[in-house]
Design a protein. Structure first.
Length: 434
């Protein structure tokens, strides 16, 4: 561990998102979001779990900021619940919702922790979904307005603002696979949604810059390296197609003003003439979330990935080297701005026993990913910080509370927070690095 060295000024953080932790779903004027609707509909989530209470962070944010500070991190990434600050996604603003984020930011600053804000982590106001959601081009304009209001409100106090978190999940899991809100299963709609998300990102950056927002602005994309299972033409084509739909679908429009082509990619969105110019706004930073690689096997049944046995509780293969492969590749292909690793983490079958959680696999996961990160930085990738996902166990979307990613264990009966072994390890790592 002692050979892990990061440059002075490198930021160490933890990350969360609004719906996954806040609870207080119907309090102080918050409007419903698509995740409230989706999680309350039968059959969508593990045992019908919802984010109604989650980690009750809305009521406990002061102690939670103290908890964050106790980890020795200098950065915290969280998201704003759009329907808490603007219940219908257009029209009236909710003073109590705005005050919550003002107070959170001030509390973080008091404790010496840099706030990193995500504007959209999947919880579209239901009122906008009723008007067509991300399938409607107008939603991009609503988002730009929301971004400029939040940017003006918080932009002088926060370290970064990103527009979207993982638009691939919203588009693909939310509109093609139907596994996430709003639960649509329509591949052409998913492609159109991806386009509107990208457009809304570009419009939001322009709106925030026009409003004079000072914080560095960017986007957070989930990305993976790709490996073809064998050398066969089928596997290589599949690898190319999967990488194109996962990584290049978002990077090419932003950096190269085009959508990618690849064997077997047929669906493209309806576009207006100037859309790529709107989308391809310069980024002050790029956030990359990395969990695992894409393993492309066209065979039935598929050839298993080599490390599939060491997969985490989500079934995600543990492949740290992919982080270095990915970063070096995208840096070469797109000439990246400064990068933050905005998420990386491990879900384990954690057990709280006599006040302790021995999560050695999580420690190993983080350590090996930091080694890979260090390699990428030595190879010239300009990485400014690392955020562990997640600060604490929380509502893992359609998996409900069954998957635990936290450095901090949460007992959902009494909301007791307990530092896992990994939290102590992370704190020591950060302390030694300084
Ligand atoms: C990412 C999400 C985050 C969390 C982790 C496990 O895709 O951004 O909210 O669910 O995965």
């Amino acid at each position: 561990m002692s050979d892990l060295k990061f440059p002075p000024g490198f930021s160490w953080g933890v990350a969360t998102s609004a719906y996954q932790i806040e609870g207080a779903a119907a309090e102080d004027g918050r409007g419903p979001s698509i995740w409230d609707t989706f999680s309350h509909a039968p059959g969508n989530t593990f045992e019908g779990h919802t984010g109604d209470v989650a980690c009750d962070h809305y009521h406990r944010y002061e102690q939670d900021v103290d908890l964050i500070a106790s980890l020795g991190v200098d950065a915290y990434r969280f998201s704003i619940s759009w329907s808490r600050v603007q219940p219908d996604g257009h029209g009236a603003w909710n003073a109590k919702g705005l005050a919550f984020y003002d107070n959170l930011v001030d509390r973080l600053l008091e404790k010496g922790i840099k706030p990193h804000v995500t504007l959209y982590h999947w919880d579209l106001p239901q009122a906008l979904q009723d008007l067509g959601g991300w399938g409607s081009r107008d939603t991009a304009d609503r988002f730009a307005e929301y971004a400029s209001v939040m940017g003006r409100r918080l932009g002088d106090r926060v370290a970064t603002i990103c527009t979207h978190n993982e638009p691939w999940c919203t588009a693909h899991l939310g509109h093609h696979v139907g596994q996430f809100a709003p639960g649509a299963k329509d591949p052409q709609l998913a492609i159109q949604v991806a386009h509107h998300l990208l457009l809304s990102h570009g419009k939001a950056l322009q709106a925030m810059r026009a409003a004079g927002v000072k914080a560095p602005l960017g986007i957070v994309l989930n990305q993976s390296s790709v490996t073809a299972a064998t050398d066969s033409q089928e596997d290589r084509d599949l690898a190319e197609r999967q990488y194109a739909s996962f990584v290049r679908w978002y990077m090419d429009p932003i950096f190269l003003k085009r959508y990618p082509t690849a064997p077997g990619l047929h669906l493209y969105p309806v576009m207006h003439e100037n859309d790529f110019n709107e989308i391809a706004q310069p980024l002050d930073f790029l956030g990359i979330n990395y969990y695992t690689r894409i393993w492309a096997s066209a065979a039935t049944p598929p050839v298993p990935a080599p490390n599939a046995m060491g997969a985490n509780d989500m079934g995600w293969e543990n492949y740290p080297q992919g982080l270095a492969e990915l970063l070096v590749k995208v840096n070469r292909d797109y000439n990246l701005p400064p990068v933050y690793i905005t998420e990386n983490g491990y879900a384990g079958a954690d057990r709280l026993v006599a006040g302790k959680v021995e999560d050695t696999q999580r420690i190993e996961y983080v350590r090996t990913h930091l080694e890979a990160l260090q390699q990428a930085m030595e190879a010239g990738v300009d990485v400014r910080g690392y955020f562990y996902w997640s600060l604490f166990d929380n509502y893992e979307w359609n998996s409900g509370y069954a998957k635990r990613f936290g450095l901090v264990h949460v007992d959902y009966e009494d909301q007791q927070r307990t530092l896992k072994d990994s939290a102590h390890w992370y704190r020591d790592l950060i302390r030694k690095g300084r």
